[in-house]
Design a binder for this molecule. Structure first.
Ligand code: SAM
Length: 360
């Protein structure tokens, strides 16, 4: 299911993931001598000051040698907060603090955190790290805390309660892009755009492509517009705040794409607390069978998909078979053409086309 882990790949880009994994192993090496003050003396600087949070957390007392009296280094901060998060049962503790430190160091490459491990954080940086980590202790997703996240090769602004794009959806974009490039598609319709991850990526990748995007949430539409603006895509993107069932247009599209809400209502309670506390329920809950909005998308696609066009959807694992049967039995003039697996080998993406006229 799409929400196995909120951090997903735990890194903001695939490239940084490689650096990060390498760095991680080195961090664990450094942690073996973290308790020895002498090894760290060369990192001390005159402007080190007391960290308020250091003594507040009883789990941390006595763990680190210098941080009660001096600002910590990047490495010490990473170790300290990783330990606190672990003790407080915050998910993905190391990834969380690594991303927070990267943000404070103004980089989106986690390898840079390792590179600057000996840097002594300034008072302001310590305050920022502490404030962000306090939010993480409240189970706020790290993407909301740092206010941005990479998706494919673009960076998106993020804020609650707009859905955080998941790594799986990068695959949906990749599948659609192949079709868009092969058929020289010039215009797409994205339903349920959220932060604009899918449309912004498509338009960023194909310079003559334009998109109509819609979402029921005003917050999502605003954020999508901001992201389109930052990425200089505004001229090619039309954003409408409306529900799938209310979409009204005379236009036809060669590609319709969506990552709609598709979690089965019965599965909602099993989602991570981070998701339930901070993300819009309406972005996730797809009704009893998870197909409430998907069925509305079929009705819309029936009207707005060109005869040679394709509808690309990300769905729950249980859906491809249901969708095949639904379209075979139902009144829509659509049929399931293909399914695609995600990187974990699970069937998560469907490509749907108009039923072809059979000559008699
Ligand atoms: C799973 S999120 C996907 C967001 C974005 N496409 C992404 O992949 O990051 C689903 C989005 O659908 C929107 N949504 C939910 N029900 C909708 C409806 N009936 N019509 C239009 N948008 C809807 C939510 O506001 C949310 O932004």
């Amino acid at each position: 299911m799409m929400l196995r882990s909120l951090l997903g790949s735990a890194c903001k880009t695939n490239a940084s993931r490689t650096h990060f994994l390498a760095a991680l192993s080195r961090f664990s090496f450094f942690s073996s001598f973290a308790a020895n003050p002498r090894l760290h003396n060369h990192m001390l600087s005159p402007n080190r000051s007391r960290q308020p949070n250091e003594l507040n957390d009883s789990n941390q007392r006595g763990l680190y040698f210098s941080t009660a009296e001096f600002n910590s280094t990047v490495e010490e901060s990473l170790q300290k907060w990783c330990k606190i998060f672990t003790n407080r049962k915050i998910s993905e503790p190391l990834e969380s603090i690594a991303n927070i430190l990267a943000s404070v160091l103004k980089t989106n490459n986690l390898g840079e955190v390792y590179k600057h491990r000996k840097l002594v954080l300034s008072d302001l940086q310590v305050q920022n790290v502490n404030a962000m980590c306090e939010k993480r202790l409240q189970q706020m997703p790290v993407q909301y805390i740092i206010g941005e996240w990479d998706f494919r090769d673009i960076n998106l602004k993020l804020r609650p309660p707009v859905f955080i794009p998941r790594p799986e959806t990068e695959m949906l974009v990749e599948i659609a892009l192949q079709d868009i490039k092969t058929r020289n598609v010039e215009r797409v319709l994205e339903l349920c755009c959220g932060s604009g991850a899918i449309s912004c990526s498509l338009l960023h990748a194909v310079k003559n492509l334009s998109a109509v995007t819609i979402d029921i949430s005003p917050d999502a539409c605003r954020l999508c517009a901001e992201n389109a603006h930052i990425l200089s895509l505004t001229d090619r993107m039309q954003i409408e705040n409306c529900a799938v069932k209310d979409f009204s247009s005379d236009d036809m599209f060669d590609v319709i794409i969506s990552n709609p809400p598709y979690v089965l209502t019965g599965d909602m309670k099993d989602l991570q607390p981070e998701i339930l506390l901070y993300e819009d329920v309406e972005a996730l809950d797809g009704g009893a069978d998870g197909l409430d909005v998907v069925k509305q998308i079929f009705t819309l696609a029936s009207r707005h998909l060109n005869p040679s066009g394709s509808l690309f959807l990300e769905v729950d694992l249980s859906h491809p078979r249901l969708i095949r049967d639904l379209l075979a039995d139902g009144g829509e003039d659509l049929t399931l053409l293909a399914t695609h697996e995600d990187l974990a080998g699970e069937t998560r993406f469907v490509q749907i086309i108009k039923k072809q006229e059979t000559s008699t």
